[in-house]
Design a protein around this ligand. Structure first.
Ligand SMILES: Nc1ncnc2c1ncn2[C@@H]1O[C@H](COP(=O)(O)OP(=O)(O)OP(=O)(O)O)[C@@H](O)[C@H]1O
Ligand SMILES: O=c1ccn([C@@H]2O[C@H](COP(=O)(O)O)[C@@H](O)[C@H]2O)c(=O)[nH]1
Ligand SMILES: [Mg+2]
Length: 270
């Protein structure tokens, strides 16, 4: 399939241990050297992944804000491919991949796995998928993650969802989740909330300034929240359809008009 022409920096160097940087809050963050070199991807086939012009949605929000739950509903209704970054990392740990114990410790501590690791996992999933519409859940967690994605994949998200939920509610949901996750305990949740505030909010702010953020009040039932999500994707569908209308010679307006009418302004999502 794909051949990488320039290699990335080692995923997690064993000779050069990942360092623990001190964040502004005094919170320790696992960092590894991140290559800023833009790799060139060459496909031994016809079109590159970038040329597929995929529709990319980042799904952000604090721990337990309901990202995974809403992603499932989006998949059922709009047929996206759901990629949960946390799930991909947990899968790596379960398969005893090379750095599984470092990843496990990082997750237990609520810290962030180096960008190369996560971006590479996401990239593999996207490139091997038949779908061209992706929900990337729980990523990017940091500005470094965001830049790594842009540089390595060469694409930016079309839309960024942010599930805005009060801390008290997030803690309650995580502690009631009951899925056996090593980070679903009060100590780790407190750390994750801190990491969210310090490292993830700047990413959210970045996309807000670029007009890509769709902020959703995540309080309410799962269905109530999905009713705020739905118009965003109806609108996205309409944008794609409008693009299609411009380019397609085989117009069947009576087939697409009803969908266009359903589309609503994204500003009603709050
Ligand atoms: N609107 C809601 N009201 C009450 N409980 C909810 C709601 N949405 C999700 N939950 C429950 O809260 C828990 C956390 O939800 P979910 O796993 O979707 O959150 P998440 O944002 O993906 O969290 P994490 O970042 O930790 O993976 C789950 O047990 C889920 O069933
Ligand atoms: O991009 C990412 C995503 C996740 N992590 C680590 O995994 C846990 C769990 O993630 P969820 O999205 O809540 O399932 C998270 O707290 C991080 O420790 C990561 O490092 N990078
Ligand atoms: Mg989740």
């Amino acid at each position: 399939m794909w051949r990488r022409v320039t290699s990335l920096s080692p995923v997690i160097s064993t000779s050069k241990p990942a360092s623990l940087d001190q964040a502004a809050s005094g919170f320790k963050i696992w960092r590894s050297s991140f290559s800023t070199e833009t790799p060139t991807l060459v496909k031994d086939g016809t079109t590159s992944f970038k040329e597929r012009n995929p529709f990319i949605t980042f799904v952000l929000g604090g721990p337990g804000s309901g990202k995974g739950t809403q992603c499932q509903k989006i998949v059922e209704t709009f047929g996206f491919k759901h990629l949960s970054a946390g799930e991909l990392l947990r899968r790596e740990i379960d398969s005893n991949s090379e750095h599984w114990s470092q990843m496990l410790n990082t997750i237990k501590e609520g810290r962030i796995v180096p960008s190369e690791v996560t971006v590479r996992l996401i990239q593999q999933e996207m490139e091997s998928s038949d779908s061209n519409k992706f929900l990337i859940d729980g990523f990017p967690r940091t500005e470094e993650n965001r830049i790594a994605f842009e540089q390595l994949i060469g694409l930016e998200p079309n839309v960024v969802l942010f599930f805005d939920c009060p801390e008290e509610e997030m803690v309650k949901r995580v502690l009631n989740r009951n899925q056996g996750r090593v980070d679903d305990n009060i100590d780790t949740v407190k750390k994750r909330l801190k990491v969210f505030e310090i490292l993830n909010l700047p990413v959210i702010d970045y996309y807000s300034k670029r007009g890509k953020l769709r902020k959703i009040n995540a309080v309410g039932t799962e269905d109530e929240i999905f009713e705020k999500v739905r118009p965003i994707f109806s609108a996205c569908d309409s944008v794609k359809l409008k693009r299609y209308l411009k380019t397609s010679r085989h117009l069947r307006p009576w087939k697409i008009l009803p969908i266009l009418y359903v589309s609503q302004s994204i500003s009603v999502c709050q």
